[in-house]
Design a protein around this ligand. Sequence first.
Ligand SMILES: C[S@@+](CC[C@H](N)C(=O)[O-])C[C@H]1O[C@@H](n2cnc3c(N)ncnc32)[C@H](O)[C@@H]1O
Length: 312
Amino acid sequence: MDEYSHIPVLLNEALFYLQPKPGQNIVDATLGGGGYSMAIVRSVGEKGKVLSIDLDQDAIENQTAKNVKLNVKNLTLAHGNFAHIDRIVKNHGFPPPDGIVADLGLSSYELDQGGRGMSFQKQEILDMRFDRSAESEDARWLLNNKSEKELIKIFENYGEEKFSRQIARKIKVAENDIKYTTELYQIITDSLPKPVKHKAAGSARRIFQALRIAVNHELENLESFLPKAFDLLAPGGRLVVVSFQSLEDRQVKQFFNSLAKGCVCPIDFPQCVCGKNPQGKILTKKPVTASEQELKNNLRSNSAKLRAIIKN
Ligand SMILES: C[S@@+](CC[C@H](N)C(=O)[O-])C[C@H]1O[C@@H](n2cnc3c(N)ncnc32)[C@H](O)[C@@H]1O
């Protein structure tokens, strides 16, 4: 395995809102290259504990080796899906966390080095699964087995691609099954009207993102994760989420708003009858985005949005 490289995005901002302190117990739901986890390990010190989760076995192996090399004793690793964070935390006998952080999406390793067909700039088999140990459907299966209508829905909903219909049509009339990233890229280019063919890379980026989200059930996982993570937190605990696309950010925003609001009575009720109290306080009125300096140094940071909430 190549070195698992990933430059963490919004790291200082995530630490600022998570505020890990000596002796605390923190869960990093998305280990990746371990940038966040190692910074948290340093902050909680020897008396604190960190539990880091990732769906990608390569991420876990890379950090296991680093733990040995750097003699890190208080960082536990769990190969699993953060959608099951409740079970993972329980199975590891981890105490109620003082903080949970999730830095969503994919790592640079998974995009560029992992050999998973996540990038259209390399010829690779269209796999796209974060977890290759699971017997789940990959991108190749999806492209060749989903109906034209289903593909349009995926491309429109998860990629917001204007030419979703034309691209789905071309995929379905292709003579052979599509196997490689380069074949899909060619189909995308061929589907675009002449005047916008030079923008094929933009369409490909959106279509590849949409496929990745569908293959990995990313929005469904986030939906399961958010309430479970908030429930797990100790009183005064903090939940910090960094997302990279608008559908995810909307989910996080709406979930945090519902926790902070409490009452769910219709607005025309003269007084509250549901009796629900706010369960948390939002720490980020607006989503936090990357500084100019970070934007200059790391292109990936330009779509990052961080939101944080503290449990009452
Ligand atoms: C942006 S990277 C995290 C980078 C990390 N913060 C760092 O500093 O290196 C996102 C990671 O989340 C993992 N991931 C995506 N969906 C997941 C899920 N449902 N459960 C667990 N890990 C997931 C990916 O495999 C990837 O390693």
